[in-house]
Design a protein around this ligand. Structure first.
Ligand SMILES: *Cc1c(COP(=O)(O)O)cnc(C)c1O
Length: 414
C-alpha cells in the first residue's frame, strides 16, 4: 500500500440537466458557506430547525405534527418512512421504474422474516410482500391500486408519486382513495415531486407517510435534509410496534425538531449531531420555495418542459414521460442503440444528462432549477449538437422557431 496525500480535490461546474440533483441555488450555497461554527444545541441552530419544521408544513400543505426532515439524501427519508414496516407485515408495493423498484426492495428487506432475510440477504423474497410490476413507461392508476388492495388487504401499500426512472406521474388521488376504502396505510415516495408540483398532502388522507429529498425540487444538494411527514395513523402504528432503529425512528428523530409525544415543544432535544451549515442551507432553500410559491413554480416547470419537449420532438425524438421536471425520450430510429455513446459524449463536455438505469435504455434530460428561457435554449442546443456529432441532420431554424414561439409569444405573433 502506498501512502499518499492527493492534490486538493477540484470539481468542475457542470450543467446538471438530469433527473437530479438539480442546480443548487446560489442563495443556498451562500447560506451554507456563510454559517458560523455552532454546535447542534446552539440557540440559532435549534431555532432554525423549528422554523424549517413550520416552513415544511406549509410546503407539504399539512397540519401533521410529525413533519420534519431527516439528515441525508432521499433514501434516508424513505428509510425513516419504511422503519415502521415490521417483519411479516403484509405489504403491497407498486413498482414502475428504478426508484420504486429500490423502494420495493427496501420493503422486502424490512418485511422479510429472519429466515427469509438469511436465505437471500441482499434480495429477500418476503412472502408477506406483493410487488406489482407496472411496465416501464406506464403510470400506476387508481384502478390498478383498487383491484390489488381489494384482493390482498395488506396493512401497508406503497407507490412513488413521480417515478424518476421512467419519468411517469402516478395517481396519488386514486391511491389515497383506495387506501381509505380498504383501511390500508399508504406510503408514498415524493422525492421527485415536492417543490416541483403544487399539491397538499392533507388532501390525500389515505396516505399516512410521505418522504422527499433535498436535491431535486428544493435545490439544496449540499448534503442537507430529506423532508418527511406522517399522519397520526402512522405514528399510532409505530407506537404500537416500535421500529428496529434508533437513528431512523421518526419518533426519536422528530425530537430534535421540537416534536415530543405528538406535540410541538419550544426547542429540540438531542437526537444526533446536526450541522449548522446544513440547517442554514436547508432553511434558505425552504424560504426560497415559499417566496417563489408552489403554484408559480409548478406552472413555470410545466411551461419550460413544454418548450423543451417540443424542441426535442422536432429533433426526431419520442418523449414517453409526463413529469414536468424531466423528459424521458427515445432517440430517432437512426440513432437507436447509440444512447450510451450520446450520453457519454454530453457528460464528457460537462452537459450532465442521463440514461435510464433500468431497461429499456432511454435518455433523460432534466430541468431542475433551470427555469429560464436561456437555460432551456442552452439545453436544447447542446442536445442538438450532440445528435449532430453522431451524424444526424437537425434543422436549427425549426428549433429556434419553436423556442422563440414559447418564449416570446407576442413577438412571434407579429
Ligand atoms: C432521486 C430519487 C430517489 C433517491 O434519492 P437520493 O437523494 O439519491 O437518495 C428515490 N426516489 C425517487 C422517486 C427519486 O427520484
Amino acid at each position: 500500500m502506498t501512502n499518499r496525500i492527493y492534490p486538493r480535490l477540484a470539481i468542475p461546474e457542470t450543467l446538471a440537466a438530469g433527473p437530479g440533483p438539480g442546480n443548487t441555488d446560489e442563495r443556498v450555497l451562500q447560506a451554507f458557506a456563510g454559517a458560523g461554527v455552532a454546535d447542534h444545541m446552539q440557540a440559532d441552530v435549534l431555532r432554525g430547525m423549528i422554523e424549517c419544521k413550520h416552513m415544511l408544513r406549509q410546503i407539504w400543505g399539512t397540519q401533521n405534527t410529525y413533519t420534519f426532515a431527516v439528515a441525508g439524501t432521499g433514501f434516508s427519508g424513505l428509510d425513516v418512512m419504511f422503519s415502521a414496516v415490521m417483519p411479516g407485515d403484509k405489504v403491497v408495493a407498486f413498482s414502475n421504474g428504478t426508484f420504486s423498484g429500490i423502494d420495493a426492495l427496501t420493503l422486502r428487506i424490512k418485511a422479510a422474516t429472519q429466515a427469509e432475510l438469511a436465505e437471500a440477504p441482499l434480495n429477500p423474497d418476503a412472502a408477506s410482500v406483493t410487488v406489482i410490476d407496472v411496465p416501464h413507461g406506464e403510470s400506476v392508476t387508481g384502478n390498478m391500486v383498487e383491484a390489488v388492495l381489494a384482493e390482498h388487504s395488506p396493512k401497508w401499500a406503497f407507490m412513488a408519486h413521480w417515478e424518476t426512472g421512467s419519468g411517469r406521474i402516478n395517481d396519488i388521488r386514486g391511491f389515497s382513495d383506495a387506501c381509505e376504502r380498504h383501511g390500508v396505510l399508504g406510503l408514498v415516495d415524493a422525492v421527485s415531486s415536492l417543490g416541483v408540483e403544487n399539491f397538499s398532502i392533507d388532501d390525500y388522507p389515505g396516505i399516512v407517510g410521505w418522504a422527499s429529498c433535498p436535491q431535486k425540487g428544493l435545490c439544496c444538494l449540499p448534503l442537507t435534509y430529506a423532508p418527511v411527514s406522517f399522519r397520526d395513523a402512522y405514528i399510532d402504528s409505530l407506537n404500537a410496534t416500535g421500529a428496529y432503529t434508533y437513528v431512523h425512528n421518526p419518533i426519536f428523530e422528530a425530537r430534535h425538531w421540537g416534536i415530543v409525544d405528538g406535540a410541538d415543544v419550544e426547542k429540540g432535544t438531542y437526537h444526533r449531531t446536526h450541522s449548522g451549515y446544513a440547517v442554514a442551507a436547508f432553511h434558505e432553500s425552504l424560504r426560497l420555495t415559499l417566496q417563489e410559491g408552489l403554484s408559480g413554480r409548478a406552472s413555470s416547470y410545466s411551461s419550460h418542459e413544454a418548450a423543451l419537449r417540443e424542441a426535442v420532438t422536432a429533433m426526431g425524438c419520442e418523449v414517453t414521460s409526463n413529469m414536468t421536471s424531466l423528459l424521458v425520450l427515445n432517440l430517432p430510429e437512426s440513432l437507436a442503440g447509440r444512447e450510451m455513446e450520446l450520453v457519454q459524449n454530453c457528460r464528457a463536455a460537462g452537459f450532465g444528462i442521463w440514461p435510464t438505469l433500468s431497461e429499456p435504455i432511454q435518455i433523460r434530460i432534466g430541468i431542475l432549477n433551470q427555469l429560464r428561457a436561456s437555460a432551456i435554449q442552452d439545453i436544447a442546443n447542446r442536445f442538438a449538437d450532440a445528435m449532430r456529432a453522431l451524424g444526424t441532420d437537425i434543422d436549427q431554424t425549426a428549433i429556434d422557431t419553436i423556442l422563440a414561439r414559447h418564449y416570446a409569444p407576442a413577438a412571434a405573433a407579429q
